[in-house]
Ligand binder design. Structure first.
Ligand code: TYM
Length: 334
């Protein structure tokens, strides 16, 4: 890296529904922490959403919501480029070139592809198969080194690194190998409240806490979280669903509160009703200000258009510089 030059960061979120705590702690929290120190490109991945949501009636509203929730979480569009994927057309060109370095057999083995095939057997389109190629194009387009994402995106990052290496071998050094990133820790997976899988935009909605949930809905969802009658042996190993409750507490509760419940657990006096009440209140305290701010931004179309245009301009500049190198190295300059 050139001296004095900031490292490049890139990431994205699909506009397929309401954002939730998983998106916040896997992605948004990192974006906000990175925007001062790095050159950041953060986007709404509208093209990716077409692989699973071909009906675009609600797309505009969802794009606006994702932008608003990014800003309400603390992202400053003056510092980071905040843009919409389809506004940077160079993405499609790089996606095409990378497709020539992507092997069908490898793509078919990707766990996220297998999951989608199970979920939508009637729409196994080529875009779904090449989803990781488009994601690699998003990242490599800015020659990003760091990609803040949750644990579920780890394999996609591995694929992006493979394509970067393949391209560099075949045509010469253009791309750094991008790394999945979480501030100072392992990648995060925020579990759902029912102990089954992770929080998600479209599945498991009653067990997912959304940044747009009202105070009452938050309290109700937390109250219904899976628990049991408590341990009977001191210092027992926690079952997964209890471990999940403690993990959620670690995201929003004060340290001494968590320590008290840990010690109650270890000496078998824990009352899960009390724990959930506390967790519910702390979740409300955490989510309410983001929800209120997002609500006031979401309907301000003029402002959101300005943000998107400014972000896209910055992103196109970076994309153009990369694509010039790509075409030159590939020998596509005649
Ligand atoms: P998406 O829209 O599914 O999720 C957006 C971000 O939220 C993280 N995330 C989670 N983190 C922790 N716990 C959870 N329960 C949880 N659920 C979601 C995701 O890891 C992600 O960081 N393919 C991407 C979008 C994308 C992208 C990119 C990301 C398109 N191009 C380029 C990075 C770089 C996706 O579907 O994210």
């Amino acid at each position: 890296m050139e001296k004095g030059k900031k490292q490049i960061v890139m990431s994205g979120i699909r506009p397929t529904g309401f954002l939730h705590l998983g998106n916040y702690f896997g992605a948004l929290r990192n974006y906000v922490r990175m925007q001062d120190e790095y050159e950041c490109y953060f986007m709404v991945a509208d093209l990716h959403s077409l692989t699973t949501h071909p009906d675009t009636k609600e797309l505009k509203g969802h794009v606006h919501r994702v932008l608003a929730e990014n800003i309400a979480s603390g992202l400053d569009p003056e510092k980071a480029a905040l843009f919409c994927q389809s506004h940077v057309r160079e993405t499609s060109e790089l996606y095409l070139y990378l497709n020539m370095l992507a092997y069908k057999g490898e793509l078919e083995k990707t766990p996220t592809f297998k999951d989608k095939v199970r979920l939508q057997p009637d729409n196994v389109n080529a875009g779904l198969l090449t989803y990781p190629v488009l994601m690699a194009a998003d990242i490599l387009l800015h020659r990003a080194a760091l990609v803040p994402v949750g644990k579920d995106q780890e394999q996609h990052l591995e694929i992006a690194r493979t394509y970067a290496t393949r391209f560099n071998h075949r045509y010469g050094d253009v791309f750094p190998g991008p790394q999945a990133f979480n501030f100072g820790q392992a990648l995060v997976k925020v579990p759902s409240l029912d102990g089954e899988g992770k929080m998600s935009k479209s599945e498991n909605q009653n067990a997912t806490l959304y940044l747009a949930d009202s105070d009452d809905v938050i309290r109700k969802k937390v109250k219904k979280a899976k628990s049991d009658s408590g341990p009977t042996e001191p210092n027992s190993v926690k079952p997964d669903y209890i471990e999940n409750l403690f993990l959620l507490m670690s995201l929003v509760c004060e340290k001494d509160v968590i320590e008290k419940f840990e010690s109650d657990y270890n000496n078998c006096t824990i009352q899960y009703g009390k724990l959930k009440e506390q967790l519910g209140e702390d979740m409300v305290k955490f989510i309410a200000p983001i929800r209120e701010k997002a609500e006031s931004i979401r309907t301000n179309e003029k402002y959101l258009n300005e943000v998107m245009e400014k972000g896209a301009e910055k992103a196109r500049k970076s994309a153009n510089a990369t694509m010039e190198q790509v075409r030159k190295h590939m020998g596509l300059v005649y």
